[in-house]
Design a protein around this ligand. Structure first.
Ligand code: CP
Length: 302
């Protein structure tokens, strides 16, 4: 692994290698063993976020620190980007200061790949437009592995705004590769039919799909990316595609609810669903630190 710009090109064995190391770091983090470790002592990791983030940015920061690295957390809005500096120029300048890896989030799909082709340090995609969010998919897989101990034969229902979701794309690639049966549901305007060519099922009956799922993966309605007419009414969306008090009893006893966050409470999940015993949303966040430690370790420790 030289860069991590997407799951699309990642083989199943490499995914499993990341998850194994992440599980090791999960145990270290949660047992509050002596941190920081020395794995990345003397290395410097740059965080370059051109879009807002809570979970991804904070967990990359924590992950780098836990491994003993220094972190440059560049506030894109307060940097020379505001004066017209290009993304590549920003990256090249940070590299000139001794940066060893760059974690980048951007509204435009393809920026991490572009940087990876033009700079001689590992680039990690922290979410690019509606393209990919590979570390989110990896932390989701770790959460599933911890819960079920396997991937093959599980049924996942991914529901909501698939069209704009980099999380859905990375998870569809990763889950399919590992033998999980993937079903998608959502408003017809937000579920591209072309995705069925990837081997996923596009389902219409939400209640039936919920009852069959081992994993109910809810997506955030990305209000900031909606164009006119795609989603006429949030309350209608919540009634048709949300998990609420009526739908919770449809779930199998062992089924888990996941969500990448931030949750629009009352839209994709009511509070009773978000905080129910099925929910693994905070486990996902906890696993985010361990997964990002594993990714930084594998890219930087050689
Ligand atoms: N899941 C996720 O990417 O969350 P943030 O936008 O808070 O990083």
């Amino acid at each position: 692994m030289v860069h991590l710009t997407g799951i699309y090109d990642m083989k199943a064995e490499k995914i499993e290698e990341v998850l194994e190391l992440a599980q090791h770091y999960c145990i270290i983090n949660n047992n509050e063993q002596q941190l920081p470790l020395n794995v990345l002592r003397g290395k410097m990791v740059g965080l370059l976020f051109f879009e807002p983030s809570t979970r991804t940015k904070a967990s990359f920061y924590r992950a780098a620190k836990n491994l003993g690295a220094d972190v440059i957390d560049l506030q894109a809005g307060a940097s020379s980007v505001a004066k017209g500096e290009s993304v590549l120029d920003t990256a090249v300048n940070l590299r000139a200061m001794g940066l060893n890896a760059l974690v980048v989030r951007h509204t435009s799909a393809g920026i991490p790949d572009f940087l990876a082709h033009n700079i001689d340090i590992p680039v990690i995609n922290a979410g690019d437009g509606a393209h990919e969010h590979p570390t989110q998919a990896l932390l989701d897989l770790l959460t599933i592995k911890q819960e079920f101990g396997r991937f093959a034969g599980l049924n996942v229902l991914i529901m909501g705004d698939i069209l704009h979701s980099r999380v859905a794309r990375s998870n569809i690639f990763a889950m399919s590769r590992l033998g999980i049966n993937v079903s998608l549901a959502g408003p017809a305007t937000l579920v591209p039919q072309a995705l069925s060519s990837l081997g996923v099922n596009i389902v219409c009956d939400v209640d039936d799909a919920l009852a069959a799922a081992d994993i109910v993966y809810m997506l955030r309605i990305q209000k900031e990316r909606q164009r006119g007419g795609l989603l006429p009414s949030l309350s209608e969306y919540a009634a048709l595609f949300g998990v609420n008090e009526r739908r919770l009893p449809l779930l199998q006893k062992h089924a888990i609810i996941m969500h990448p966050g931030p949750v629009n409470l009352g839209i994709e999940l009511t509070a009773s669903a978000c905080f129910s015993s099925h929910s693994r949303i905070t486990t996902q966040v906890n696993n985010g630190v361990a997964v990002r430690m594993a990714v930084l370790h594998l890219l930087l420790s050689k």
